[in-house]
Design a protein around this ligand. Structure first.
Ligand SMILES: Cc1cc2nc3c(=O)[nH]c(=O)nc-3n(C[C@H](O)[C@H](O)[C@H](O)COP(=O)(O)O)c2cc1C
Length: 268
């Protein structure tokens, strides 16, 4: 599973960047990927991707970044989106595509929580009617950056059987599915809390959200979009015609306890 091993598993958030701009050719590669290859979850929603240089830090540092800390980077990618059902999951999905493209190009990135979307948009003087939905800091990882890899859920911890009351037997996973689910377990999430689980039966996977007092609605939905893209990216690498995620209700009772919410499903 080349894409999983080399890209998804290798990606790691970066909070200390080299003070060096990314070459114009690489920025052009990212734009070309976004325009020609990017996949989304909700086709009807219009989005706009804009890039900012390091000067954005001083402009929006009071409105993005958790614990009041914004991350200094040579570049920022910001996705603006039309508002509509599932627009944050869709935005998270799109920007995760960019994050993995950056990994492919030897670059590093870190998602930034948006504490005040309207203030950040005003600070950036963004010429768009759309809502600021995602902020990603990116550039080259500093050579002295010694951040440790974040621990992730194991497959057994992430996955459950056909419903919330059934244990999973991961030995039944065929290799492609196993790596798609490993990619889910490796997803970024707000403070690495990973407040979700995957239910797996013979024909579909179902993403369900766990209660998390620490994660607000905004970041929760971005988390889901990121995980859905990770799943898709590994599936797409081996089976480009694979079905896409759907927000339609499940066709049977997933026996979810109170507080656990159904998010989306994907045929496998
Ligand atoms: C929606 C979202 C918001 C995040 N916000 C921040 C942030 O403001 N500051 C930060 O340092 N990291 C932020 N992160 C990065 C997570 O902390 C990081 O993904 C997590 O610790 C797991 O580490 P990994 O990305 O290396 O796997 C955010 C991640 C997500 C998905």
């Amino acid at each position: 599973m080349r894409y999983y091993d080399e890209i998804v598993k290798n990606r790691q958030s970066c909070r200390s960047f080299e003070d060096k701009e990314v070459e114009a050719e690489k920025i052009a590669d990212i734009i070309a990927y976004h325009e020609d290859e990017e996949s989304d979850l909700v086709d009807e929603l219009e989005t706009e991707l804009k890039f900012y240089d390091s000067s954005a830090y001083d402009r929006f540092k009071d409105s993005v970044g958790y614990s009041g800390v914004c991350i200094k980077a040579p570049h920022y990618a910001v996705l603006y989106s039309e508002k509509g059902e599932h627009y944050l999951e869709n935005a998270g999905y799109i920007i995760q595509g960019i994050t993995l493209k950056l990994t492919e190009l030897g670059l590093a990135a870190c998602w930034l929580t948006i504490n005040d979307a309207a203030a950040a948009k005003t600070a950036l003087a963004a010429d768009t009617e759309k809502e600021l939905a995602c902020v990603l800091a990116f550039g080259y990882r500093a050579t002295d950056n010694d951040e440790k890899k974040a621990p992730k859920l194991s497959l057994d911890e992430l996955c459950m059987g056909a419903d919330f009351e059934t244990e999973v037997d991961t030995d039944l996973f065929y290799p492609e599915l196993e790596y798609c689910l490993r990619a889910c377990a490796h997803s970024q999430s707000f403070q690495n809390l990973q407040p979700y689980r995957m239910l797996v039966d013979a024909t579909s996977v179902y993403l369900v959200g766990l209660p998390s007092d620490m994660t607000n609605e905004y970041d929760r939905r971005l988390n889901y979009g990121i995980l859905m893209f990770n799943f898709y990216s590994v599936m797409w690498d081996v089976r480009p015609q694979a079905p896409r995620w759907s927000f339609e209700a499940p066709e049977r009772d997933l026996k979810l306890p109170e507080g656990v919410t159904y998010i989306a499903k994907c045929k496998i």
